[in-house]
Design a protein around this ligand. Structure first.
Ligand SMILES: [Zn+2]
Length: 413
């Protein structure tokens, strides 16, 4: 920590231009206390690390998060000066007694309060969720900024994301998920945009780096400059699923799927064209979309008569027991019932593919059979055709606002 209290309750901050000799003198004369738990603190003035206050090892301080590493302290300090440099009202390590939390930074930006948490080490999903809820309860918007040391690129456009990091996501409508990072060693932000997970821990994404000195606070509080989505890259994921050899130790869901396809005398790499897509909100399932979408097609949708509409509710009821049994898992993010949205999103995606038709608010009708490719070549060709069709339709829907503008201008001419 950079801040503490004197015995009389006034605050001392190490970020206020102290000289080493002054602090050494002060340390001889004064006691320092934690602003949250009031325990006495040690003032550490080592040469290698940031000067900082620390609890004693046996501390029971509730506001204390994980042990502060030099990386964390340095990042917190740089972010504090950066926000101050943009003339923002910013407080460091302010204790909020009602929720017993002490965010790294509290900032007022355009009449709104934000708690900035600079998270460099893993924490349990339950803790990050609880802290976010705490801030929201008192009207503060949490901004989770991950340490740049957490950014794990695996191949170009492929990144590894841990379960707790899903709570650091920010959702920009219509469907842009973004993660923000800061690296105090490089003095640079990094924004992962258009995050499209394809397994529990792997995701496609676009990376944008932004040096601290040329980044405006709006990038943190509103949204970073949007990069174009390159969703056709998803075809590489589908290709990967089709090429993948059966694993010697398949997971439970993979074994289940193999049996399912076996019943239909299908090799696993020729799963239907209609399965394995990043349909709207599909990421609420942690299970890969290739698994749960194939399941829905074979176990439910394909059995629906062509003329008779069915409801979204019935589709959800079909998958729910398998979620309870743990065959499919939901991603631990914000909304409990997010997976229902994912099911709905998939049905609307299937409408775009021309497999279903929406006949009412939550009513759908099957209009044709699924397409089972006969060869791998055919599979790649049909997957690509479907991607061109559906991704373009989605992009058009996203840009419909702009299009209207253009049309109305034309109309005026
Ligand atoms: Zn404390």
């Amino acid at each position: 920590m950079f801040t503490a209290e004197y015995q009389d309750g006034t605050t001392i901050s190490l970020l206020e231009g102290w000289q080493l000799a002054e602090l050494k003198q002060l340390r001889r004369e004064q006691e320092f206390y934690c602003r949250s738990c009031k325990e006495p603190l040690l003032l550490k003035l080592g040469g290698k690390r940031q000067w900082h206050f620390a609890h004693r090892t046996k501390s029971t301080c509730k506001a204390m998060g994980e042990a502060e590493t030099p990386y964390h302290l340095e990042g917190k300090k740089q972010l504090y000066y950066w926000l101050k440099g943009h003339s923002l009202d910013v407080g460091i390590e302010i204790y909020l007694p009602i929720i017993q939390q002490r965010p790294d930074l509290v900032v007022r930006y355009q009449q709104r309060l934000y708690a900035v948490e600079f998270q460099c080490s893993p924490i349990p999903v339950s803790v990050i969720a609880k802290r976010s809820r705490g801030y929201q309860e008192v009207g503060i918007t949490p901004i989770w900024l991950l340490g740049g040391n957490r950014l794990k690129r695996q191949r170009s456009s492929t990144y590894a994301i841990q379960a707790f990091e899903w709570h650091a996501f920010r959702h920009y409508p219509p469907d842009n998920l973004s993660l923000s990072y800061y690296c105090p060693e490089q003095h640079s932000f990094a924004f992962l945009q258009h995050v499209m997970p394809y397994s529990a821990t792997r995701t496609l994404a676009e990376l944008q780096q932004s040096p601290l000195e040329s980044t405006q606070p709006a990038a943190l509080f509103h949204q970073p400059k949007q990069l174009p989505a390159r969703r056709m890259k998803w075809l590489e994921i589908k290709k990967h699923w089709r090429y993948q050899h059966p694993l010697s130790y398949p997971s439970r869901v993979e074994s289940y799927l193999l049996q399912l396809l076996y019943r239909y005398s299908l090799p696993r790499n020729l799963f239907p064209i209609e399965a394995g897509w990043p349909s709207p909100y599909y990421y609420y399932f942690e299970t890969s979309p290739y698994h749960w979408q194939t399941f829905l097609l074979f176990e439910f949708l394909e059995h629906q008569p062509l003329t008779k509409p069915f409801t979204l509710q019935i589709v959800s009821r079909c998958i729910q027991p398998y979620m309870l049994k743990g065959l499919f898992s939901r991603r631990q993010i914000h909304e409990e019932a997010g997976w229902l949205q994912a099911v709905k999103g998939y049905l609307s995606w299937l409408c775009q593919m021309g497999y279903l038709e929406q006949t009412g608010e939550e009513y759908f009708k099957r209009v044709r059979s699924i397409v089972i490719p006969r060869t791998m070549e055919e599979a790649f060709r049909l997957d690509a055709a479907a991607a061109r069709r559906c991704f373009t339709m989605e992009d058009e829907a996203e840009n419909s606002g702009d299009n209207k503008g253009i049309n109305s201008k034309k109309a005026n001419i």
